[in-house]
Design a binder for this molecule. Structure first.
Ligand code: FAD
Length: 385
């Protein structure tokens, strides 16, 4: 793999994992990141942006050699996942039913990014371009040349664009997207509770949108509240003490006391790139697709993109790049579209207040709870097993 040279644009979780897996195989990597990557404080408050990592994502981070570097006091395994419609029977998934230790792990995005960067900094074959952006791209089927905003030029056989939902590279390449706005926003609230670390994550479905709880390490947690933009704008304007009172009165029932530590809101938009590659440039992660976060699949799908592309680059290195990128698109585009569409159907059905839809919804949740093997299959699929 030596003498192969690739450019990765965007050092978020997806870009940093791609860069590390390829650098570990001896490929020369140029990593361009628009912001300085400042590691989070060892004992600082929990970040608002946290993600649920599936077993498959954990496996990839282990393969990259960084999972074990994640600080244990910031990582929370959960064994149970519960979901229900307000006032109806609960559907419970339990890791014990399929004989594994945990259904997933919740960690702060910034910590995962930081351990990936720490490992990248030790690789002699990685060059960093922090605080830099791409100004121009000359892209052919054989190679790619980028010109950075300081006029520095880099040439490589492949450019891997992982620059997030508003990807500048996707726009420079003139790759279109299909997109729509859910007309909903998602409020994230970090809380400190008065009870020990929880091992359950849950989601209550309501006509206004879901309310969810993600356990964080020690006695911390993250509340996720979907609502219309007007309501979220009002919630954002409240002090932490006022927000706590509204949560107690209007959010799903919490059986512990808590303090609000931090809050923030994110718009929900679905985007899908019409093509995953052009010439010698390829899109991964949020640059290629964003998804409704209600099932916590965003970064897990991004990591599956990484696994697919890295496997193709390493195992089919004799194939022309154009064939290889076509294979990547064949494998990842339909899979991501399927997950996006499944989440949308789930989301729409969960919000509908039509009588027959409500009846079917409650019956399905009740049947699913009793369905044993089928429930276990769904659980394994969501975990990427
Ligand atoms: C409210 C919310 C909750 C979520 N919860 C979950 C969850 O529980 N589980 C889950 O799997 N997913 C979740 N997601 C989705 C997940 O956060 C994203 O899918 C994931 O962060 C995408 O990673 P990425 O590396 O592709 O993009 P990003 O995290 O956006 O990283 C992009 C990187 O590129 C850099 N960059 C941007 N532009 C440029 C440029 N022009 N040049 C150079 N660098 C650039 C940025 O600075 C950044 O470092 C959630 C999303 C939201 C909105």
């Amino acid at each position: 793999m030596q003498h192969r040279e690739m450019i990765v644009i965007g050092g978020g979780m997806v870009g940093a994992l791609s860069a590390l897996l390829l650098a570990n195989q001896g490929i020369i990597i140029h990593l361009v990141e628009k912001t300085p990557c400042i590691p989070p404080l060892a004992s600082g408050a929990f970040d608002l942006r946290v993600s649920a990592f599936s077993a498959q994502s954990k496996h990839l981070l282990e393969l990259a050699g960084v999972w074990q570097s994640l600080p244990q006091n910031r990582l929370c395994a959960y064994q149970r996942l519960q979901t229900w419609e307000k006032g109806s029977q609960k559907l419970t998934f339990d890791s014990q039913e399929i004989g594994i230790d945990a259904l997933g792990y919740i960690a702060e995005n910034s910590r995962v990014q930081a351990v990936l960067w720490q490992a990248l900094k030790k690789c002699p074959n990685v060059t960093f371009y922090e605080n830099r952006e791409v100004k121009r791209i000359i892209n052919t089927d054989k190679s790619v040349l980028v010109c950075l905003d300081n006029e520095q030029q880099i040439e490589a056989e492949l450019l891997i664009a992982c620059d997030g939902a508003n990807s500048a590279i996707r726009q420079l390449l003139d790759i279109g997207i299909t997109a729509w706005d859910y007309r909903q926003e998602c409020m994230l609230v970090t809380i400190k509770t008065d009870c020990p670390q929880q091992n359950i994550t849950w989601q209550e479905f309501r006509e206004t949108g879901p309310c969810a709880f993600l356990p964080l390490a020690q006695n911390n947690g993250s509340l996720v509240w979907y609502h219309n933009p007007q309501k979220i704008s009002h919630l954002k304007s409240l002090s932490n003490a006022q927000l706590k009172e509204v949560i107690k009165n209007e959010f799903a029932h919490l059986d512990f006391d808590f303090e609000v530590v931090d809050k923030g809101a994110f718009p929900l938009t679905r985007r899908h790139a019409q093509s995953y590659f052009k010439g010698s440039c390829v899109l991964l992660g949020d640059a290629a697709h964003t998804i409704n976060p209600l099932a916590g699949q965003g970064v897990n799908l991004g990591f599956k993109d990484v696994e697919c592309l890295v496997d193709l680059l390493l195992e089919c290195s004799d194939l022309p790049m154009q064939i290889l990128l076509k294979r990547y698109q064949w494998q990842r585009k339909p899979a991501n579209l399927l997950m996006q569409s499944a989440m949308d159907v789930f989301y729409k059905v969960s919000k509908s207040d039509l009588g027959p839809v409500r009846l079917i919804r409650r019956s399905v949740l009740g049947l699913a709870q009793k369905s044993g093997p089928l429930k276990n299959k769904v659980m394994k699929y969501a975990m990427g097993l």
